[in-house]
Design a protein around this ligand. Sequence first.
Ligand code: FSX
Length: 366
Amino acid sequence: MKKQVTLGEQLRQRGISRRTFLKLCAVATSAMALPPAMIPRVAAALDKAVRPSVIWLSFQECTGCTESLTRSHAPTLESLIFDSISLDYHHTLQAASGTAAEAARDKAIKDFYGKYLLIVDGSIPTKDDGVYSTIAGRTNIDMLKEAADGAVAVVAVGTCASFGGIPYANPNPTGAVPVSELVTDKPIINVSGCPPIPVVITGVLAHYLTFGEIPALDSFGRPLAFFGESIHDRCYRRPFYDQGKFAKSFDDEGARSGWCLFELGCKGPTTHNACATKKWNGGVSFPIESGHPCIGCSEPNFWDGGGFYKALSTTTRPLANWTGAAVVTGAAVGAAAGVAAKRKRSAAKRAHHTVTADELKKKEEA
Ligand code: FSX
C-alpha cells in the first residue's frame, strides 16, 4: 500500500506559509457552508488530513459537470487538484490518453483499494448490455462496478449521475440509470444540478477531506448544507412573491421591476439547491437574478416534468420534492446512504403530481 502524505505535509513541501494555510482553511470552511467559528477545527483537521486518491469517471453526460468544476473559485480547481486531493484519473482533465490512461486507473484502484473516493458524472446505459456507451472497449456498467468495488464512497456529480437526468428522460432509449441503481453497497452522495454549482462540488470534497466522512444528507442523498432549503426560501425576489407582485411576461413592467417569476414558470418553490446563496461565476449571479425562472434541474425527473414556462399550478412535477429533508448523521452514513438511495429510487418511479395553487399556499403557511 502506497504511503499517503497529509495535506499539511504537502503544503509545507510546497513552501506554503502558516498564514496562507489558515486563509485556505477559511475558504474551505466557507465552501462547506460552516460558520467562521469552525476555522480552527477545520485547520487542525486539514493539517492531518490525508489527501484522498480520487478516481473520476464520466459516462452519459454533456461534460457540463466538469465544465462547472473548472469554474470553482473556492477552492480553485488548481488548489483542489494540486493541494487537496490526488486526482489520479479523470476522463476529461487527465493528460494521459489510451493505454497510459487506463493503466493510471488500474494503478490508482490497486494502490488505494478500499480508500479512494469515486466520483461519477453522467448516467449509465443498461439497455442491450450497456453497449451504448463504452470506454476503451468496456461498458460503463463494467467500469463503474470495478471502480466502485474498491471505493470508500461514491459522489454522484450532476443530475444525470444522481437521478438519471436528461439521458433518463422519456423515452430513455439507452436504458439510462443513476449510479444508485447499480451501486448499492457503498455510501453515495448525490450532488445534483444540471450542472451542479461548482463550489458545491468542491465544498462536498472539502467536507470529506476535512472530516473523513460524508456530510449529512437529505432524503434524496444530497448534502443538507447545500440542498436543505428551496431556491424560493432564499430567493431575493421572495418579498415580491409575498406581496403578490408577479411578472406576467418577460418584457412587462413587472419583469423590468424585478418582480417574482413564479407565474412565468419558476420552479424555485419546489427545487432544493444553493443557487440563491452560492450563486455562479464566482458568486456573480444565478438564473433568477439574470431574469430567467428556475427550471428545477437539481430535482429528480426535472426534464420529464417539463413545462419550464408554465406556472407550478398547471405543470407536472415530482411529488417527492414536497416531503422535506430527512437529516442523516455522519455516523449512520452507510445505512443512511442505502436508505436514501432506496427512497430516491422509489420517488423516481412515483407518478408525477400536479401541484395546485392551494397546495403551494398551504406549504407556505405551514
Ligand atoms: Fe448531466 Fe454532467 Fe447536465 Fe451535463 O456530467 S447533469 S447533462 S450539465 O454534464 O451529467
